[in-house]
Design a protein around this ligand. Structure first.
Ligand code: GAL
Length: 725
């Protein structure tokens, strides 16, 4: 540290706990309990433009009030310290040696899957990127929130590219032991941190002179995650159709070819709810005009009408960078950053003026045509590349955001902007986005990218639930038929079942190989027929899980419990699950263990309790690892004993009046409950109570379904059977 730098050290020996807003003038940290089990600690003078400043929904105080009121502050505040200097500020929080840490956003960790999926004992660097160049934590969705197996969560309210040293630093005066004299012959051994009796979490926030830290009580990791999600405003509820299958067509197709392909999917009875139109709908992309290309789509309204007549909900690709040929260009210019991307303006979505201008053009092109959703591309970055394509961190925006802050917030501000037209109409939407950040729970967008292999996609799925994120391991071409099946069945057990065929002309079930597919060298008729049937079967499995998944999303909205979760969230006491990053929970009671192409079998660890193999119904007593040898169309799924699993007769796509025929499976014949949620499936009226809860109950011998709530529209569910699993 330079001598000339100001240096401030505040050790928090004594803490004043108050339930009221703290005195901002005081030099010491201020602690405020803002809801049961949630505290804000203010250190120094925080920046104004932070994730909470731009939050997309108010704190769900009612949800938090429903959590235990007497949870104690989980951190020993006497051991917290803070420093600020000209380079930024630094926070040190106590850690115990036994803690495992999870979170910090998406972490697909493209490079080294042998690296711990837990985040303790390393440096995590939060910076958005479209292709992580290392496994430090840069990702599509870096989030300054972590949870600990000691049963608490910490959110650092910053949009700076912050670093977290998660127990691998040794402050002078700490308990790290000096190293012994032994000679090592590898640098890993040589430089390994010495054993410490107490560890330190060092949070390094550049540029800021202070920071707000929110602490979330447990007692378990899952409780802390739920509290964080409620603090964010609760989880997003998709429209029912959002849970169906999404097919994104070839980017070069115009109206005629798109309609022909869409008709083919319908003729094949391939489940599909959402059709994605890629960049080809615009006159100009990279950067973009936001104007229909009438050479390819001569009559957009007619095109949309024909797609809708086939039952598709329409989703359109765009990115934010605005081409000089766009009608909004001149108006937008003063409300944009001072650097361009691909020759286009970067709208300052933190300014109401930019939002308005940008939305007006999007209304003309898309929202006045009632498109059901959008895909917001390229709002991440490529900071480590020698030829980065996005705006530099030195960019300045009229709102006062600099390029660093804007990079961290860009995806979220873009999502919020594009959500407005739906909020105005009281409609739900379900979109895709390539960058997100903290407090994203209430935003109805799923993070995606086509840059990963199947194994990394699954690591993303396992990680998403720690940080209030949703992720799709989207599918397109494949290395083999087996690979296609394996990837499809994984995407079916994710928040959004997306087939992103933007660079292949024909559906992958006609030809899995990209080159041959685009040369129209399709597989033999027999192969195609078998694959088409097989793929249909796999997608139908997704459709049969929709009511169950809708319940999981309602649970996300109400209690903050993520619909897709790492096992460590549900079994925090089981040390064996702490490193499992290739199995996850899907909803309340289904454990998913994807098999990857080339694997003949895989080990599956089942935590304590009774489990039932979804396919064979064989009972397995948990606490063991078994070898799953499932064939290509049967992803390994295990259902918790003592639960009810409602499965629907699969529909091809969801209509406004779809009523699911449900078989309630009694998994292990014990008393059990399950709540189905019934509403109109498309509007936000559920948030005003226009929703029914259908309480399914069995006492082991008799069963009941009791309806409560204020939804009076068409029935969504018809229970046709209760069946022993
Ligand atoms: C990429 C995106 C793809 C596809 C493509 C279209 O950036 O990740 O999913 O949309 O753009 O140009």
């Amino acid at each position: 540290m330079k001598i000339t730098q100001r240096f401030q050290l505040i050790v928090l020996a004594a803490f004043a706990f108050t339930l009221h807003a703290a005195d901002a003038q005081s030099a010491g940290p201020q602690t405020e309990k803002i809801a049961p089990g949630v505290w804000r600690i203010r250190f120094g003078t925080p920046e104004t433009l932070t994730p909470t400043h731009f939050r997309s929904a108010p704190i769900d105080l009612a949800g938090l009030e429903a959590t235990p009121a007497d949870s104690p502050m989980p951190l020993d505040l006497a051991k917290v310290s803070f420093q600020s200097s000209d380079r930024g500020c630094v926070l040190m929080l106590p850690m115990s040696p036994r803690e495992s840490i999870y979170g910090f956003g998406l972490h697909t960790e493209l490079f080294d899957l042998t690296q711990s999926f837990g985040q303790a004992g390393r440096r995590v660097f939060l910076k958005p990127t479209d292709s992580p160049e290392n496994d430090r934590g840069e990702s599509h969705a870096p989030v300054p929130f972590y949870v600990s197996t000691d049963g608490y969560g910490v959110f650092v309210d910053t949009a700076r590219f912050a670093s977290f040293y998660t127990g691998n630093v040794a402050p002078v005066g700490g308990t790290a032991e000096a190293r012994g004299g032994e000679v090592q012959t590898s640098t890993t051994e040589l430089y390994r941190a010495r054993v410490q009796r107490e560890k330190t979490m060092l949070v390094d926030v550049p540029a800021a002179k202070g920071v707000d830290v929110y602490v979330f009580a447990g007692p378990t990791l899952l409780d802390a995650v739920k509290r964080y999600n409620l603090f964010s405003g609760g989880g997003a509820l998709p429209p029912l159709w959002g849970l169906g299958v999404q097919y994104r067509g070839y980017a070069k197709f115009g109206a005629e070819q798109t309609l022909a392909l869409a008709r083919r999917l319908r003729d094949q009875h391939m489940p599909c709810d959402v059709w994605g139109v890629e960049p080809g709908w615009q006159t100009q992309t990279y950067s973009s005009s936001f104007v229909w290309n009438t050479n390819h789509f001569p009559d957009p309204d007619e095109f949309l009408a024909k797609m809708r007549a086939m039952g598709f909900q329409m989703n359109f690709w765009e990115h934010a960078f605005t081409h000089p040929s766009s009608p909004m260009y001149d108006e937008l210019k003063p409300w944009s950053g001072n650097f361009k991307v691909w020759g286009g303006l970067v709208p300052d979505f933190a300014s109401p003026q930019a939002r308005k201008i940008f939305l007006n053009q999007n209304r003309v092109a898309l929202f006045n045509r009632n498109v059901e959703g959008v895909k917001l591309d390229e709002c991440d970055d490529q900071p480590e590349s020698a030829t980065p394509w996005s705006f530099p961190p030195a960019t300045m925006f009229p709102s006062g955001l600099d390029g660093e802050l804007m990079h961290s917030l860009f995806g979220e501000l873009y999502q919020q902007t594009m959500l407005e037209p739906y909020q105005e109409k009281g409609l739900r939407t379900w979109g895709l986005v390539r960058n997100s950040q903290a407090l994203a729970g209430p935003l109805p967008y799923v993070v995606y990218s086509d840059s990963y292999d199947a194994r990394c996609y699954v690591r993303g799925l396992v990680n998403e639930g720690f940080s209030g994120l949703l992720w799709t391991p989207e599918v397109r071409d494949a290395s083999s038929i087996e690979d296609l099946y394996r990837r499809l069945e994984t995407v079916c057990f994710s928040p959004n079942a997306v087939i992103n065929a933007w660079f292949i002309k024909n559906p992958p079930w006609d030809q899995v190989d990209r080159g041959k597919n685009n040369d129209d060298q399709l597989m033999s008729a027999t192969e195609r027929q078998a694959l088409t049937e097989g793929v249909r079967q796999v997608l139908q499995l997704r459709m049969s899980f929709i009511p169950y998944l809708y319940s999981a999303f309602n649970e996300y909205r109400i209690s903050g419990q993520p619909p897709v979760r790492a096992l460590v969230l549900d079994w925090p006491e089981d040390p064996k699950v702490r490193q499992i990053d290739d199995e996850f929970m899907f909803g309340d009671s289904v454990l998913v263990a994807p098999i990857f192409s080339g694997q003949k079998s895989r080990p599956v660890y089942l935590p304590a309790g009774d489990w039932y193999d979804f396919w064979t119904h064989r009972k397995i007593v948990g606490g063991v690892s078994i070898e799953a040898t499932n064939g290509v169309k049967q992803i390994p799924l295990f259902v918790k004993g003592g639960t009810l699993l409602p499965l629907a007769k699969p529909v091809e796509y969801i209509k406004p009046d779809t009523c699911f025929e449900i078989t309630v499976n009694l998994v292990g014949n014990q008393p059990a409950d399950f709540i189905l949620y019934e509403d109109d499936g498309i509007t936000t009226a559920f948030s005003q109570g226009k929703q029914n809860q259908i309480k399914l109950h069995t006492d082991g011998t008799s069963h009941s379904a009791q309806v409560a709530g204020n939804y009076r529209g068409a029935s969504r569910y018809k229970i046709t059977d209760w069946k022993l699993f």
